[in-house]
Design a protein around this ligand. Structure first.
Ligand SMILES: C[C@@](CO)(OP(=O)(O)O)[C@H](O)COP(=O)(O)OP(=O)(O)OC[C@H]1O[C@@H](n2ccc(N)nc2=O)[C@H](O)[C@@H]1O
Ligand SMILES: Nc1ncnc2c1ncn2[C@@H]1O[C@H](COP(=O)(O)OP(=O)(O)O)[C@@H](O)[C@H]1O
Length: 306
């Protein structure tokens, strides 16, 4: 039976504009995604029992707890991805999945979505389907708003509820420091808090900031740092007030910009170079508030067979 290993990056949202809740319960987004070099790996082996199984491991130091937080069975987004693809194609084979977790769980870096994207590519291979990434996109969108972006990676604009991705013209490579929190935040609860906080406000249709796109086009890290934005910040800080101090420590250590990553609670900091990235990482680790502090580079490509 054929086996394949697939590597998939985490994402951050350089800008996350959020509009008023739609009738289907989702929020219209204008976001700019960047894939960063923090990877989960999914190994898939086809089987002829028709079963879809999953096991989660981690040999990344400190990430063992991450692996234990990932659901087994049908609640796992990777299992859902395999089942959705099988339903679309009528394949009778099953698949045994082993996920090696390094992306923080429930951290706002789309780890579950990443595993779903990786599983689509892996199953496409081991089941010999021959689908293009483009053909996998609708299945990806059905699994979660962030999943289509992770098929492609790089820098991209996300519209709709985040699932409509188009590439962005960009230069440069950026140094990020990722401050991981020990306790996750549920995406749905952060959006619900956003609704509560904005109940009396008229929300404009979200737009991607021109200054951010200009900064990416010219590869200007200082301008990018100044243009980073996230409309979910207030809601994430309302649920997790301690994150304000984490953000402050990174800024005081010289970060060009600081962000709650997506719905949080992971916080990310843009550094001018490798040395500054290390200085910021040391300052954050020194607070004793972070479960882990990781240096990371973006953009990187999306799902890749290794
Ligand atoms: C906030 C973001 C920013 O990129 O990422 P994370 O921080 O979760 O990684 C995304 O919008 C998360 O996308 P994803 O995690 O794929 O969400 P989904 O599975 O599609 O939806 C989970 C829940 O989030 C809410 N949701 C999601 C997307 C959206 N545009 N509006 C929403 O209101 C809904 O309550 C939905 O039930
Ligand atoms: N393969 C998976 N990896 C991580 N989390 C998963 C996975 N499948 C399902 N989940 C569930 O999805 C929730 C959100 O996880 P994740 O995608 O890591 O965070 P976020 O949406 O904040 O980026 C987790 O709390 C977990 O219960």
């Amino acid at each position: 039976m054929r086996t394949v290993s697939v590597r998939v990056p985490a994402k951050i949202n350089l800008a996350l504009g959020v509009g008023g809740v739609r009738e289907d319960g989702f929020h219209p987004l204008a976001t700019v995604y960047q894939a960063v070099d923090l990877y989960d790996e999914v190994r898939a082996t086809a089987n002829d029992t028709g079963e879809v199984t999953v096991e989660t491991t981690s040999d990344v130091p400190g990430a063992e707890t991450e692996a234990s937080l990932v659901p087994r069975g049908r609640d796992n987004l990777a299992v859902r991805a395999a089942l959705a693809l099988r339903e679309q194609t009528g394949v009778e084979a099953g698949v045994d999945l082993v996920i090696r977790k390094a992306i923080p769980v429930a951290g706002g870096m789309a780890g579950g979505s990443a595993d779903a994207a990786a599983t689509l590519v892996a199953c496409n291979d081991v089941w010999g389907l021959g689908w293009s990434r483009h053909e996998l996109e609708p299945v990806a969108a059905g699994l979660g708003s962030d999943v289509p972006f992770l098929l492609h990676g790089g820098n991209a604009i996300g519209g709709g509820r985040g699932e409509l991705v188009s590439p962005v013209l960009a230069r440069g490579s950026y140094h990020w420091v990722v401050a991981v929190s020990g306790i996750g935040l549920s995406t749905a609860s952060v959006y619900a808090e956003f609704d509560r906080l904005n109940a009396d406000r008229e929300l404009a249709t979200p737009e991607v900031p021109d200054a951010l796109l200009a900064a990416l086009r010219s590869g200007d890290a200082v301008a990018l740092g100044a243009a980073l934005s996230n409309d979910l910040t207030e809601a994430a800080l309302s649920l997790r007030p301690d994150l304000a101090q984490t953000l402050e420590v990174g800024v005081e250590a010289g970060a060009l910009g600081a962000l709650v990553s997506g719905s949080g609670p992971t916080c990310v900091f843009l550094a001018a170079d490798e040395q500054q990235s290390l200085d910021i990482a040391i300052a954050l680790a020194g607070t004793g508030r972070c479960a882990d502090v990781v240096q990371s580079i973006g953009p990187v490509p999306g799902v890749r067979v290794v």
